[in-house]
Design a binder for this molecule. Structure first.
Ligand code: HAX
Length: 435
């Protein structure tokens, strides 16, 4: 039995009475009300989900298990000589709320390695797909194709037990996380690197091995660690986390649930925004035909995009009302490692010009940049210029958060999610509109 699974069991047993008490003794206490604009408008601000994995404050940004991004990065054990922590140790933190010791993190590194082999049929399926399929389609399909490996599904078939169901969900989640980097790297090299592949190096941790399989030199291993951790979790109401949770609530296993969650991530208003930022910037460059953009030129492109009825990718957020600390964190990385990069300068120029324009336009509730505004630049700098692939990188990271969430969903026996609908007639009646 692994240290993490033992610790998780202890945490779950400690936590269960809290949820039971809230339900039994305080189930009728109100946490809020729903307005018509929330019912029509995508449930913004409706507080109807519970997670302890992370919390998103509109002004401060994300905290993982109570810790800000800099606190998280500082507290977790790191591979020798590296600036960013073991992703495996971060998985320990998200699941338990405890910082693992170096020994515990290394135990997990070994655990992940033992689960990391990809079945040959996954490779066969990827190879059979149209080569011009979007990498997210390939990624989601590869995950779904492994559903037959699900320990949770087997556990359900063998006779379901609510109290121990989390264990097989945990096993599926860890199996998946261990395999995702190799699947992602396979898709990348098949599509964009002439179908040449690099054998995994089992001496390396998840971030190190991912960089190795991608064929990108140091410090891309640290980029991978940073990137996966930053993109992991953003509480449970964002579209990818919520979809994963919703699907899992039907007692679907982690394979079905994660695949579905990634399909939500693939939308341009969500995770696809990171590729859209780069696509947008490339469009600007093409039109300029080698001329360096000035702030005035950039402003014109921003206005042209808005006047064309499109959003500025990488800006705005459904919850945040300040610059995303995930953006800041990546910006600090850029200042350290690629301060003179042309693309970084353009993205920084966008930071200077876009918020004022969005305020002037008067629509976006949050004019500030989000995580996606900065992430593509880093990938581009390290040679990963195929921006169609960027959302897959986001997906590997996002999996850590959503899988931690659905493991806890099972532990606390969260029920089938099924909000209630109203008709437009009913809303008009509630509003007192005479017909
Ligand atoms: N550019 C132009 N207009 C924007 C905008 C932007 N970046 N952000 C918001 N708006 C507009 C909305 O389209 C909306 O317009 P309409 O009234 O005409 O429909 C209006 O401002 C109000 O929207 P909002 O309440 O501020 O924002 P929402 O909560 O509805 O949506 C989004 C949040 C992130 C989807 C939105 O800000 C957006 O489209 N941003 C650009 C795409 C993007 O960067 N997505 C990634 C977000 C982070 C993330 O999830 N990463 O995965």
């Amino acid at each position: 039995m692994s240290t993490l699974k033992d610790r998780l069991r202890q945490k779950i047993e400690e936590h269960r009475p809290r949820t039971t008490r809230l339900l039994k003794e305080f189930g009728d206490v109100k946490v809020g009300e729903v307005t018509i604009s929330q019912a029509i408008g995508g449930a913004r601000g409706v507080r109807s989900l519970v997670t302890d994995i992370s919390y998103l404050d509109p002004m401060e940004g994300i905290r993982f298990r109570g810790m800000t991004i800099p606190e998280t990065m500082a507290a977790l054990p790191k591979p020798p000589g590296k600036d960013y922590p073991y992703v495996e140790g971060f998985w320990f933190l998200l699941l338990t709320g405890d910082i693992p010791t170096e020994k515990e993190a290394l135990e997990l590194v070994e655990d992940f390695k033992s689960r990391s082999a990809i079945p040959q049929y996954v490779i066969d399926i990827l190879r059979a797909m149209a080569r011009d399929s979007h990498p997210m389609v390939m990624f989601s399909t590869a995950i779904l194709s492994m559903q037959k490996e699900s320990k949770f599904a087997a556990f359900y078939e063998a006779g379901y037990d609510k109290m121990t169901a989390w264990e097989s969900m945990y096993e599926d989640s860890t199996d998946l996380l261990a395999k995702l980097p190799a699947i992602a790297a396979y898709i990348y090299r098949m599509k964009f690197k002439g179908d040449t592949h690099i054998t995994p190096n089992t001496n390396l941790d998840m971030g190190g091995n991912f960089a190795h399989m991608m064929g990108i030199a140091e410090p891309y291993d640290d980029v991978a660690r940073m990137y996966f951790i930053l993109h992991s979790d953003h509480e449970s109401g964002n579209a990818s986390a919520h979809t994963t949770h919703l699907v899992a609530s039907t007692l679907s296993d982690a394979y079905y649930s994660l695949s579905a969650g990634l399909n939500a991530l693939a939308g341009p208003l969500h995770g696809l925004a990171n590729q859209e930022v780069l696509r947008w910037l490339q469009g600007v460059m093409d039109k300029l035909d080698g001329v360096e953009p000035t702030e005035e030129i950039m402003k014109k492109f921003v206005w042209d995009t808005l006047n064309g009825g499109q959003v500025i990718p990488g800006f705005g957020h459904a919850v945040l009302r300040k610059t995303d600390p995930r953006y800041q964190s990546q910006r600090e990385f850029c200042e350290k490692h690629l301060p003179n990069d042309k693309l970084f300068k353009y993205v920084d120029m966008l930071y200077r010009v876009v918020p004022d324009i969005l305020v002037e336009q008067g629509k976006a509730k949050n004019p500030w940049p989000n995580v996606d505004a900065q992430s593509g630049v880093i990938q581009w700098f390290y040679g990963l210029k195929d921006f169609d692939f960027y959302t897959v990188l986001f997906g590997v990271g996002r999996a850590i958060g959503v899988l931690a969430n659905i493991t806890w969903d099972r532990a606390l026996a969260y029920p089938l999610e099924r909000p209630k609908s109203l008709t437009t007639d009913m809303l008009e009646d509630i509003a007192g509109i005479k017909k």
